[in-house]
Design a protein around this ligand. Structure first.
Ligand code: GLC
Ligand code: GLC
Length: 814
């Protein structure tokens, strides 16, 4: 069953009813100001940091669900009836309803009592504000007399304090009221220089800033007393719960359309110009007023929207594909790239499953997210790589997370997730291949953000490698630390107390528990360092990295192979994890993916054996499971992984992030059919027809799909913010379609399903547009390249002479 459809031409997903299985959301903003918005206008907004600069309030896990948002009430002054054109929060049945989620905007269209409404929500490029662009059309025979109430609830900035510290909160709220805007200035009197504003165009006849006055006693957002009676209270908030609500009056002739524009924004004043007059406590509004006036004008709004669409168009033009499969086309051309950008911006901080409070920017997460966006935003990728490197410790280890606003490592979660540093090498090398910006390696970057500790980025990468080499266990495999990629495989924690963190409790300095996953990852990273060092003329270092990779490979073959697949780990007692000899958790997906990607066992058949085992034991119709059999009871020696009920999350769920590793491995072995098959099992568009089972958005990947041990097998959770986005993008574009940047040029080496007749791709790479036409002559993966008609040896199109703008490549597959 479907709840909408893809409008591929407009690059929108059109939701045709408000009651999707879960709120289906979108994101607005891609620089500093961000907003989450659901198909019924739920969600919240923040500036840069979802924890420290929350503009509006949102109650997670609330009932009814998703009932805080950016709301409009329309009241018919003749009948007294009122409704929400976005369905929430009034939830009065609408005669027509459509929500169009597009790239950086959401438009909700509806009709009730013959009043048609369209609201387009977006963040203008470069601005710290959001627009609600509302059009009302009267389809009645007579003039409609309407009042439009807008409403938001302000958060008192720090979202954690806002949700917990009520003895203070309920006394600190402060606002100012101007003619057509409300200003939220809680804590501005002291250390904050920023405030929020809420403005509306049109004829304003009333306002409210105190939630209790607007809603009335014992009422919720579904029937505020002010709306019911058609009369704002003109309340002035001091303490309690400041809100913004403006009441506009409209007289709409038959068949006429009117536009109202609402602006919610964030403004920071220079410290020495906070107040006006300077000795007062009044916010200086001189700097913000021109922005407000400007954006209340429809012409400005139209221009900004146009610019937003153009920006996306430019970004997406860098890689466009046409294949015989519509799910591939739509994900690669639009939605997967879009999701990659959202992940880049927000890491794992704010979604409908991540509260914006507990996690900032994850070190391993963001390094992987980079793999999906470097081609679109190389400058921002560069900055992110340097920011991440700056949270590295001198010993090469890294803070597991940092806050985006302060860029300081998060002390509570700390360090010693032993895979972390290696991801930096993968991100940096992907950046170098895309840009050949070799200067970045000389960029001076501090350790732990300590001034004076700077070393070149290249040194950071070296320390990443050393970090692993200095932490090898009894089998010569990398020690796991608190956890590797799988945050829940906690082999050194032994947690028995309910309130402690699985990751940070217990001994962190385990000298026995080893990870085969990190071993594979290490080889991948070390091989990248071999290439970087050689190109930079550091032959000796290249040789050392190569030898280190070879030693690691030998250790994996000797101690990390279980007979039919790669082992997962050795625990604190030196016992195997992920072996046929275990009772539960006999085979894990992660080492199969990463060890084969690292090239282990490709020639001697063990890679193929491992993939066959994955196919037999882990693959399901809803994706590939993390491990099998699921753990049925809690085991302190394994940690959080055994805490989940079987089939969920890390306990044998389909943890989608890992699936593309298997697709890549299949492609490496030349199995295009299998790679594509796995790709389509979790491709959200290919699962659209299962929406009542899958339940999350059909246009983005979710972190997890419940595994076959769960009663809700096939149900997705934790949509949007997941490494799944970047890795699927890499798997389909670089390994199945086979188009990947290298230091020598653009590699084109597809491994396709046998029944694909071919595909075409347009790829912009270092200022040149490659027009690639692939045609299959017969089944197989042999590739023949013709560049501008000339046959080329190998699979890499070398860089063309300076000044070339377009290159035509014919690819023949046989
Ligand atoms: C979450 C984390 C990620 C981790 C994964 C597996 O998605 O954000 O860092 O690798 O879970 O535990
Ligand atoms: C765990 C989650 C995992 C996540 C980790 C982050 O509870 O299962 O996915 O990576 O927390 O701390």
């Amino acid at each position: 069953m479907r709840y909408g459809y893809f409008d591929d031409e407009k690059r929108e997903y059109v939701i045709t009813r408000p009651d999707t299985p879960l709120p289906w959301i979108n994101y607005l903003g891609k620089e500093n100001y961000f907003a989450l918005i659901s198909n019924t206008a739920g969600g919240y907004s923040f500036y840069k940091d979802a924890r420290l600069r929350r503009l509006t309030r949102y109650r997670y896990n609330d009932v009814p669900s998703d009932s805080n948002g950016r709301y409009i009430y329309i009241r018919d002054e003749t009948s007294g009836r009122f409704w929400s054109p976005t369905w929430q929060p009034v939830r009065l049945y609408l005669d027509e309803f459509k929500c169009r989620h597009g790239l950086g905007y959401t438009t909700i269209l509806s009709s009730k009592f013959d009043i048609k409404t369209q609201i387009r929500y977006f963040v203008p490029p470069g601005e710290d504000l959001e627009i609600w662009d509302l059009s009302l059309t009267n389809a009645r025979p007579d003039t409609a007399h309407l009042h439009v109430f807008s409403a938001i609830e302000f958060a008192l900035w720090n979202a954690l304090e806002d949700a917990t510290n009520f003895q203070r909160n309920l006394s600190i709220g402060e606002v100012e009221i101007e003619e057509n805007f409300i200003l939220h200035k809680t804590e501005y009197r002291e250390r904050r220089d920023h405030f929020a504003y809420f403005a509306c165009s049109g004829v304003i006849v009333g306002y409210d800033t105190q939630r209790g006055s607007f809603l009335g006693r014992d009422r919720g957002w579904e029937n505020p007393i002010a709306v019911e009676e058609g009369a704002s209270r003109n309340s002035f908030a001091q303490g309690w719960a400041p809100i913004g609500s403006l009441q506009a009056s409209i007289h709409l002739e038959p068949n006429k359309t009117e536009r109202l524009i609402v602006v919610l924004g964030y403004q920071q004043n220079p410290r020495d110009q906070k107040f006006d007059p300077p000795e007062s406590q009044n916010v200086n509004k001189n700097l913000v007023k021109p922005t407000i006036e400007n954006y209340l004008r429809p012409s400005t709004v139209d221009l900004a929207f146009d610019e937003l669409c153009k920006e996306w168009d430019r970004s997406l033009q860098i890689f466009q594909v046409e294949t015989p499969d519509e799910h591939t086309n739509r994900m690669v051309n639009t939605w997967n790239q879009y999701q990659c950008m959202v992940n880049f911006n927000l890491s794992r901080s704010a979604s409908y499953f991540e509260s914006g409070i507990s996690r900032g920017i994850g070190f391993r997460d963001s390094n992987q997210d980079l793999l999906g966006v470097i081609h679109m935003i190389p400058e921002r990728a560069r900055e992110r790589i340097l920011d991440l490197a700056a949270t590295q410790l001198e010993d090469g280890g890294a803070f597991h997370q940092y806050q985006p606003l302060t860029k300081q490592g998060n002390v509570e979660i700390g360090t010693n997730f032993n895979d972390d540093p290696l991801w930096l090498v993968l991100a940096a090398s992907a950046y170098l291949k895309e840009t050949r910006d070799w200067d970045v390696l000389d960029e001076l970057v501090p350790f732990e953000n300590i001034v004076g500790s700077e070393g070149p980025l290249y040194m950071h990468l070296q320390r990443s490698i050393d970090y692993t080499l200095e932490r090898l266990g009894p089998h010569g495999l990398p020690l796991i630390g608190r956890a590797d990629w799988n945050d829940c495989l906690n082999l050194n924690t032994f947690s028995t107390e309910p309130d402690e963190s699985f990751q940070t409790a217990g001994i962190t300095d385990g000298k026995v528990a080893e990870s085969v996953f990190i071993a594979g990852l290490f080889i991948l990273a070390a091989e990248e360092m071999v290439q970087i060092a050689s190109i930079r003329g550091r032959g000796q270092e290249a040789k050392e990295y190569r030898e280190a990779a070879q030693r690691m490979e030998a250790a994996v073959l000797k101690h990390g192979w279980d007979g039919e697949w790669f082992l997962r780990a050795y625990d604190h007692f030196g016992k195997k994890v992920g072996s046929h000899s275990c009772q539960e958790g006999q085979i894990f997906i992660e080492p199969q993916g990463v060890c084969i990607m690292a090239g282990i066992g490709l020639e001697k058949g063990s890679a193929q054996r491992a993939l066959d085992s994955v196919g037999k034991r882990l693959a399901t119709e809803h994706g590939i499971l993390l491990h099998q059999p699921a753990y049925t009871s809690y085991q302190t020696r394994l940690g959080e992984i055994t805490s989940y009920p079987p089939g969920y999350k890390e306990n044998a769920g389909v943890f989608c992030h890992t699936n593309p590793w298997i697709m890549i491995a299949e492609a490496l072995l030349g199995n295009g059919d299998r790679a594509m098959d796995y790709y389509l099992r979790i491709n959200p568009s290919a699962r659209e027809h299962l929406s009542e089972v899958h339940r999350c958005e059909p246009y983005v990947y979710a972190q997890m799909i419940a595994g076959r041990d769960a009663p809700t097998f096939g149900e997705a959770k934790n949509s949007w913010l997941t490494g799944t986005a970047a890795w699927n993008y890499v798997a389909i574009t670089q390994w199945i379609l086979g188009i990947r940047p290298t230091y020598q040029g653009l590699c084109i080496s597809p491994v396709l399903p046998n029944d694909w007749p071919g595909f075409s791709v347009k790829r912009k790479f270092q200022g040149v547009t490659y027009h690639i036409e692939a045609t299959r002559i017969r089944p197989g993966n042999e590739v023949r390249l013709r560049v501008e008609g000339d046959l080329l040896p190998g699979v890499i199109v070398p860089f063309p002479p300076q000044g070339t703008s377009d290159v035509n490549v014919e690819v023949t597959l046989l």
